[in-house]
Ligand binder design. Structure first.
Ligand SMILES: NC(=O)C1=CN([C@@H]2O[C@H](COP(=O)(O)OP(=O)(O)OC[C@H]3O[C@@H](n4cnc5c(N)ncnc54)[C@H](O)[C@@H]3O)[C@@H](O)[C@H]2O)C=CC1
Ligand SMILES: O=C(O)[C@@H]1CCC=N1
Length: 268
């Protein structure tokens, strides 16, 4: 695995240091990237960046090892024409929707990797999917994997065509899970629990079930069955939740389809 300290000589430029950019940056600094090697471009930078010794909106290195783009897709038309890198800089973008072809128009000589992380990256528990363009060889993909591994797991995609589905599932997915916590808590309240208690139970249940799902590395259907006593409470609840017409499966199908479609629109 590539060591991020290997970037300290030529440096890394981060364009956009909001929620995702700063989560990545924290991971990189923990993995040995020197603050002095980081150059952030952001019109609204977080104040703590300069205190860390990071260059903010200053002069950029002529030939950085990596250029990471973490601005909103809607900003891309404004941002890309202001950036220029050559063939020896790896471009990594985490933006939803925007295609490799769009980055190739801006950086025709560069190896380019699209990465799709998610917000648990902020605590090192993210999952990112990566896909590179034709100029991104084994070394570049390994470097991109090292960058994204700093904030969690990494999977490599077989084709860019998978990226909108990935974005809809794992990129946006934390929001669905957070909403499930909200919905479970609201339902607990409706059954008479005090709001704080309902929220604490919902949050701890989702966290515990998530941890168990990963820890056991078992089919989630088996884990579900282990909760479900015949004729018991869970079976009664699941009868509603798993209803093929009105339950979670068709709802999740529509949810992920809508998110994937939005990704395709953002890429146009
Ligand atoms: N938030 C999430 O869950 C995820 C976000 N992403 C992608 O990450 C990217 C950033 O999203 P967030 O961090 O959530 O947004 P954000 O709004 O928190 O951060 C965007 C940052 O870009 C900066 N910015 C705006 N215009 C700029 C410009 N012209 N030059 C440089 N910086 C500029 C803003 O000041 C802000 O700090 C998006 O493309 C999004 O699709 C990907 C995966 C998950
Ligand atoms: O909502 C969005 O567009 C971004 C991409 C995945 C998560 N947040």
């Amino acid at each position: 695995m590539t060591e991020l300290s290997a970037l300290n000589g030529r440096g890394l430029v981060l364009v956009g240091c909001g929620r995702m950019g700063s989560a990545l940056l924290q991971g990189w600094l923990k993995q040995g990237l020197a603050a002095s090697a980081v150059h952030v471009i952001d019109p609204n930078p977080r104040p703590e960046l300069s205190a860390l010794g990071i260059s903010v909106n200053g002069a950029l290195p002529a030939d950085p090892a990596v250029l990471v783009i973490a601005v909103k897709p809607q900003m891309m038309a404004d941002v890309l024409p202001r950036l220029a890198v050559g063939e020896s800089t790896l471009v990594v973008s985490v933006a939803a929707g925007v295609t490799l072809a769009a980055y190739e128009r801006a950086f025709p000589a560069a190896p380019i990797v699209r990465a799709m992380p998610n917000t648990p990256a902020a605590i090192g528990q993210g999952v990112s999917a990566i896909i590179g363009n034709a100029k991104a060889g084994a070394a570049e993909l390994e470097l991109a994997e090292a960058l994204m591994s700093a904030v969690g797991r990494v999977v490599r995609l077989e084709s860019e065509g998978q990226m909108d589905a990935v974005t809809a599932l794992s990129g946006s997915g934390p929001a669905y899970v957070f909403h499930m916590i909200e919905a479970m808590a609201a339902a607990g309240e409706a059954e008479g629990l005090p709001p704080a208690l309902a929220l604490e139970l919902a949050r701890a249940t989702v966290a515990g079930a998530g941890a168990l799902a990963v820890h056991e590395d078992e089919d989630p259907a088996r884990l579900r069955e282990a909760v479900t006593s015949p004729g018991g409470t869970t079976a009664a609840g699941l009868k509603e939740l798993m209803d093929p017409e009105t339950g979670l499966p068709p709802l999740m199908r529509r949810t992920i389809a809508a998110a994937a479609e939005r990704g395709r629109e953002l890429g146009k």
